[in-house]
Ligand binder design. Structure first.
Ligand SMILES: C[S@@+](CC[C@H](N)C(=O)[O-])C[C@H]1O[C@@H](n2cnc3c(N)ncnc32)[C@H](O)[C@@H]1O
Length: 309
């Protein structure tokens, strides 16, 4: 088994991960925008879709939504705690009977026949965590898909700014008094992150050239029993299009959810989000702006691709 798979499994198997993930949209504005964008995209393309495969489905943000809209969903994830959280939420929503929960790794989808599902989705970077097998995994997801595939992978152009801005996540905090541990960590760590910061040309150029976040340090930490962040392969927009084109995917569209919001300071984002009317207008405009192919690389950190057959 590749280190990326072992590292991802240990990270997502942490017992509190499912609970934390299920509250993301209450705490970070970029997550609200990303979820809104994906939901709009999913719900406007449901015609003729009965069966869905959700790869790396997490705590069920999208598998439960689709089940609520009448789809039969295979919720597939490497982490049992994430699946358990999704089961609990699906039960609350009354859609357990429409979801099949499967524990497995995206690197091995051989049990599914070609064209098994009307729609295949994989959101918020599970494909990027399968490095160095990301292209094989994309190939398998396309293989099991009959009509439509919607995925989001980590974006190289979207990630590069984080290397020159370690406090970027602070821009998106919705409520500074939130008890969410990541919110509090961002706030407490801010001064330190700024004082310790220096622009690291080598790190930036390395990500620019090879697209890889993480590697030997994460492997060493894992071997010591630690829980590092996933080794993550970040795609360039043209590269993703080229891979999908090689897989005979047609009518590819890209988007960068979060690109518009990146230009707006926290004080103004919070003001917009706290006013229901402005919030709805803003999210609708973000969807429009972030769907432009000219800004797709600059999404929050994910690159979305759609295929219509
Ligand atoms: C950031 S979460 C995204 C969850 C969900 N797609 C969403 O958008 O809410 C990433 C998920 O991918 C799963 N994952 C990571 N590597 C995986 C792999 N190799 N195979 C299957 N699932 C994987 C993790 O367990 C986690 O639940």
């Amino acid at each position: 088994m590749e280190y990326s798979q072992k590292i991802a499994e240990r990270l997502w198997n942490q017992p509190d991960k499912g609970e934390l993930e299920s509250h993301r949209e209450e705490t970070f504005i970029d997550d609200i925008i990303q979820k809104n964008h994906i939901e709009q995209e999913l719900l406007s393309h449901l015609e003729g879709i009965q069966t869905v495969f959700d790869g790396g489905a997490g705590c069920g943000r999208f598998s439960i939504l689709l089940a609520k809209h009448g789809c039969r969903v295979t919720h597939f994830d490497i982490s049992q705690p994430m699946i358990d959280k999704a089961k609990e939420l699906a039960q609350k929503e009354g859609v357990s009977d429409r979801i099949t929960f499967v524990k497995g790794a995206l690197e091995d989808l051989h049990e599914y026949e070609d064209s098994s599902f009307d729609m295949v989705i994989s959101f918020d970077a599970p494909i990027s965590y399968t490095y160095p097998n990301q292209e094989q995994v994309l190939g398998e997801l396309v293989r099991i898909c009959r009509r439509r595939i919607l995925i989001s992978v980590s974006s190289r152009l979207g990630y590069l700014p984080y290397l020159a801005n370690p406090i970027q996540k602070n821009q998106f905090i919705l409520d500074k008094s939130s008890s969410d541990p990541y919110v509090q960590w961002c706030i407490q760590n801010k001064a330190n992150a700024v004082s310790e910061f220096s622009f690291d040309k080598e790190a930036v150029m390395s990500l620019w050239n090879n697209g890889l976040m993480g590697g030997s340090e994460e492997i060493a930490e894992y071997e010591k029993g630690g829980t590092p962040w996933c080794i993550t392969y970040t795609f360039l927009p043209d590269e993703l299009v080229a891979v999908l084109t090689r897989l005979h995917v047609k009518n590819i569209r890209l988007a960068g959810p979060g690109a518009y919001a990146r230009t707006i300071p926290n004080e103004l984002l919070v003001k917009i989000m706290n006013d229901p009317g402005q919030r709805a207008d803003f999210l609708a405009f973000c969807y429009k702006y972030d769907s432009s192919p000219y800004v797709c690389g600059m999404g929050k950190d994910n690159l979305l691709a759609y295929r219509e057959l």
